[in-house]
Design a protein around this ligand. Sequence first.
Ligand code: CA
Ligand code: CA
Length: 549
Amino acid sequence: MKYNKLSTIATATLLAMGFTASAAASDRVIIQVDNSKKGVVKALAKQLGGDVKVDADGFIAAQFTGKTLSEIKGLLNNPHIKLVEQDFERRPMAIYNDDLGNPMAEQLTPYAVYQSQANLVNFNAGAGMKVCVIDSGLDRSNVDFDWGNITGDNDSGTGRWDVAGGPHGTHVAGTVGAADNGVGVVGMAPGVAMHIIKVFNASGWGYSSDLAYAAQKCTAAGANIITMSLGGGGANSTESNAFATFTNNGGLVLAAAGNDGNTTRSYPAGYPSVMMIGANDANNNIATFSQFPSCTSGKGKNVTTDETICVEVTAGGVDTLSTYPADGATSSSLYAGNTAYASSAMENSGTASGSTYFMGLSTSVNSAAAGKVCVIDRGTISFHDKVKNCQNSGGIGAVIINNTAGMLYGTLGEGSANTTSIPAVGAALEDRAALLAASNMTVSIESSDYGYMSGTSMATPAVAGVAALVWSNFPSCTGTEIRNALKATAQDAGAAGKDVYFGYGIVKAKAAYDYLSVNGCAGGGDTGGGDTGGGDTGGSCKGGPKKCG
Ligand SMILES: [Ca+2]
Ligand SMILES: [Ca+2]
C-alpha cells in the first residue's frame, strides 16, 4: 500500500478536533478493586461504555463520556467493586489522543513550528540553553532525540527518568527539542539540552511539593527554562517560592493553563513568576479546552513586575504531532481506492486490502463478505459482534461507520473479551456515502513511535522550545526579558488586543528574534499592546543555513 502521508495527517486533524471538544468533561472515575477481580471489573467497565485509562495496583480509572459520577456509580453496581470516586484533579494537561499516529520514515514538521516561526530562526546550540521538563519521563526508545544532550533524575517513587511513565512526557519533550535528523518530527529548538524530571507515571499525578523539589533539581542541573505541562487547583507558598526563586535567578518558567475550557486558575501556571500558556489550533483559533482565568494583579507575590496573572501567550496545542515511546501509539489508516479517510483504531492489528462488501448492520453472518472488507453501519448490536459476524463470514477487515455526526471511537473488548482478529476501524458518518460507494478498500492498524495529542500540555513545551530557540541567540538576556519579548511580539488573535484566551497572542519566534535584535534584552517599546507581531512572515531568514534552507 502506498502511504499518502499528507492526506492522512490532514484527515486525522479533522477528527481529532471533534474528539477534543467533548473530552474535557470530568466524567472519569477511580474504581477500587482487588487485583484478583480487576479483569472482571475492567470488562464490566468496558461493557458499560467505559474507557479504561489506568490499570494500577488496587484500582483502575475509567472514563465514561458524558456521564456524571452518580450515574457511573449507578452503572458500576458490582460486588467486586470496593469504591467508585472522582479521579484526582491535578494532572498532566493533555487530552490523550493516541490512536492517530502515523508511521513515518521521513521527517514531518508539526504545524506549530511554522505557526510560531520556529523554522525561521536558527538554534544556537553553543549558547548553553537547557530545558528542564517536569513530566512523566522521556522514553529512551525513541531515536528522535539528541541523547548526548539529555540528562535526568531518577526518583524512588516514579522510577527511571528515561523510562516513560506513559507517553505524555515523551510527547512533550519532542515538542521542545526533537532532533532535526531527517526522521520523525522536529522540535521547536531541535537538539536542545534537556533535563528530565519524572513526577508522575502513566495517568498518575504529582503534588505541589514534588514540583517545588523539581525546581531545585532543575537549578542543580543547570537548566535555564522549566516547562510544566501539568497543573491543578490550590496554591501554596512553598511551590510559589520555588518558581519565583528560579525566575529571580534569571530563569524562565512556563506552565499549562489547563484544559477545562473555563475560567479556573490552575497552578503552577497561576503563580506570578510562571508564564501561563494557552493553546490555539492550526487555524489561529483558541482551543475549546484552553482555560482563560481572569487577569489579576501579581503585585507583591514574589515578583518584581506588575504583570497580571492570566494566559500570557498561546501556541499550537490541538492535534500536535510528536514523539511517543516506541510502538506506544496506534495508528490506523483507511483508504478507499487512493483516497484516505479519517479513521480510528478499534481493535486488532494488520492490514486488510480487497474489494468491499456492505454488511448493513452486520447482525448475521453473510458468506457474500468472504475475502472482502466489510463496511458496516453502527447500531443494534455491539461493535464486537458486528466484526465477529464479518470475520465469520470470511471477511478480512471491518469498517464501522458512525450513526451520529463525527468519528466513531470504540473498542471490541480487552483480552479474552475480544474474539476477533481482523483489523477493525471506526469511520465518520460524514464519509458514509463515499465509503459505501467504494469498490475496494485498505484498512490498516499498526503501532507507531509518533502520535497526536491535544492540550495546553502541547502548547506549553512549544512556547518553552520557542523561548530556548530565541534565547539561544541572545544568551545574555534574562528569562524575564525573553518572556517580555515573546509577549511583545506575539501575534494578536481572537478579540483585538490582549484578551483572557490568548493573552498577548500566538507566540512568534522570528518576531521575537527581530525585536531583541533591534531593542536588546531590556526591550524598547511598549509591551502592553501585544500587537507587534502578526505581519508577513515570509520575508528574510536570519537564521543559519540548516533551518532556513
Ligand atoms: Ca526528527
Ligand atoms: Ca487578542
